[in-house]
Design a protein around this ligand. Sequence first.
Ligand code: ADP
Length: 319
Amino acid sequence: GDNHAQVQQQQHHQQEKVKKKKEKLSALCKTPPSVVRTRKGIDYRRGMFLGEGGFARCFQMKDAQGKIYAAKTVAKALIKNEKTKTKLLLEIKIHKSLKHPNIVNFVDCFEDDVNVYILLEICPNQSLMELLKTRKRLTEPEVRLFMVQIIGAIKYLHSRRVIHRDLKLGNIFFDPDMRLKIGDFGLATVLTSAESRRYTICGTPNYIAPEVLGGKQTGHSFEVDIWAIGIMMYALLVGKPPFQAKDVNVIYERIKCIEFLFPSDKPISESARVLITDLLSLDPTKRPSINSILDYAWFKGPFPSKTNEEALTGTPSGV
Ligand code: ADP
């Protein structure tokens, strides 16, 4: 009777759901074809797998001249809903508009039936996260050189009213010459001059600013990137982020009352502590602006002339 038909319909519905889920997964796991031809008729040959993030997988791609790029591939099955599609388009639009020596260069964007490809400058020496994992902690001169590069890129972003909102060691890559490049504009936003705040809660637990946790009433702005600079500087010098804990709720509680210490067994200079403490101010208006960070006394200290690949495995001599 009616009941039976209903059950059947439900079963059918259930089967459809499982089928859709499977399709989604297989699309996710599908390796792009060995050659991808763009609308403009350019052929790119796929190379090795580089890594994966939230919803993208990254492969090497080579053009006919043998130049190597990184292709961030996003399975179309994952961007079926409008909200996700809009987000990816915004990431592309923002990234495409940027050009700076310390920002991963956006080269091109194209698609086939299965994937959307974002072709980027290749950063073959991984990110600051992997560097810190092998090195445990870095010397102050090294961190100084890294900070100057990161701050230069963020100065450029903020001057164009772009907030990155996901600055962290894992999103800052080394190019072939060991220069730092900020990447992953998946959470970036552009403020129009009429509005000065954003209200969406986003970020990565260890790096999230207190005003973002504070939520809807107050909103947040450029200062969340300044906060993240403080987290990264601390992590590079100490070896772990300042509010680290197993439980994310504990991390959030510590962030909300700025509960962190400088370890007594590691010699962090007084001028470094002053800068980190100011960057990690609870009140966003008390944090230095991106244009004033480099005026801090800490930046008067010694710099290595450049970062060599030897830094990836051990403390370089002379720093
Ligand atoms: P998601 O936005 O999904 O988190 P990411 O942009 O973080 O994706 O990229 C995922 C991974 O791909 C990174 O962790 C890294 O290993 C690798 N990757 C991303 N961009 C590059 C690049 N320009 N060069 C080399 N590897 C890259």
